[in-house]
Design a protein around this ligand. Structure first.
Ligand SMILES: [Zn+2]
Length: 381
């Protein structure tokens, strides 16, 4: 694969930087940028965005241009060897560039993302408590809102951004907005690439962001170094993602998902803006920030109920819908092979005597229904 032909154009309220990945355009649209003599010369953001594509295609990357010297070394000596091992690749992936340069700027802007989900809210509160002053909040569109170019992803994006903008405004932060088409080059699932895609957006500001706090999904003890979901190894890989003008920190390594929910649960702004929903199209149609149907909505709402604070969240969750769904959702946890977050929740529910005989009965009925369906399908053949 080859990156070439970097360009910048100024639009009304944003900048577009783009280059070619082989013969297709790869771009970032950013509301904020740090320009040196009105030029863009560094391929750094593009290189980071392409890392998941390199892994998928098992190909080297050639850059017809400059990459930051420190980043170049970190990628080739630290990050790519680790990623090659995690993904069980025969050859260690490498990047080659025409030149590597050092860019050091005076600005020292600290930034974190604000999706308004549990991890980003907990990161903001955690940094506040540690007296780490942030300079901006950021909202990225790098694939987390749905498949590239679809109508639903654009509805999800606008609906979530409106909420994030209001939240940032209440905290008196300017919002940096960056969108990219980098995920259109991937065939695999977004979770196999999300850390690199999001961080490429932070690099796309060309040095306006200098320290990015990336909200990890898991605690350090839950890191597995398994391929498939970058959250498995964010704590291990991301501290190496550095350039001469940029540093990455992976946050919240000391607490798991449930502890994070508890940590933010009494924060008034969270009660008005929490957005964990994976189906914002449905959420928008019922007039709440969260659809209160999808797994992530139910998992978060039930945790808040066990903590005794769900009633404070009646502005963002549809509590009637929650009470209608809760027994069915709880019984589903008894049926399947649970994810790490589901397993944590099931342990919490058991510890609080929230699993009743009725839940086991519903689970059993569901299981029987499924088996019967399977049997009839085979029988009819
Ligand atoms: Zn939802």
């Amino acid at each position: 694969m080859r990156l070439s032909g970097i360009e910048i154009t100024k639009n009304d309220s944003s900048y577009t930087i783009q280059c070619l990945l082989d013969d297709e355009v790869l771009y970032f649209k950013t509301s904020h940028i740090f320009l040196y003599e009105e030029q863009v010369s560094l391929f750094d953001a593009f290189v980071i965005a392409v890392i998941p594509v390199m892994i998928e295609r098992q190909e080297m990357l050639y850059v017809d241009g400059a990459v930051d010297s420190f980043l170049f070394r970190q990628l080739n000596e630290q990050i790519l060897p680790r990623l090659s091992k995690i993904n069980d690749l025969q050859d260690v992936l490498q990047i080659q560039s025409l030149s590597d340069v050092i860019h050091q700027f005076d600005n020292q802007n600290r930034v974190t993302g604000v999706s308004c989900g549990v991890d980003s809210m907990a990161t903001i509160k955690n940094l506040e408590e540690k007296k780490t002053q942030l300079d901006y909040l950021a909202f990225f569109d790098a694939g987390s809102h749905g498949s590239y170019g679809t109508k639903n992803s654009s509805i999800n994006y606008e609906f979530r951004k409106k909420n994030a903008l209001e939240f940032a405004k209440k905290l008196s932060y300017e919002l940096i907005e960056v969108r990219t088409n980098a995920h259109k080059f991937l065939t695999g699932r977004f979770k196999s690439a999300h850390s690199f895609l999001n961080l490429s957006c932070a690099f796309a500001t060309q040095g306006l962001i200098n320290h990015y706090y990336y909200a990890s999904a898991y605690a350090i003890g839950q890191s597995t170094q398994q391929s498939g979901d970058t959250s498995n190894y964010d704590h291990i890989i991301l501290p190496f993602l550095e350039s001469s003008y940029f540093k990455t920190s992976s946050t919240l390594g000391e607490i798991n998902r449930l502890e994070r929910i508890e940590f933010i649960s009494d924060y008034a702004l969270v009660q008005n803006h929490l957005d964990v929903c994976t189906n914002s199209v449905r959420a928008k149609s019922i007039g709440y920030q969260n659809c209160t149907d999808c797994e992530k909505c139910m998992r978060t709402a039930i945790s808040l109920e066990v903590l005794g604070v769900l009633k404070n969240y009646n502005g963002v969750f549809d509590l009637d819908r929650y009470h209608k769904n809760v027994d069915d959702y709880t019984s589903s946890l008894l049926l399947k092979e649970n994810t790490m977050h589901d397993a944590e929740l099931l342990t919490l529910l058991k510890a609080n005597n929230r699993i009743t005989r009725n839940h086991y009965l519903i689970a059993l009925k569901k299981k029987l229904k499924k088996s019967l369906k399977k049997f009839l399908k085979v029988f009819r053949k």
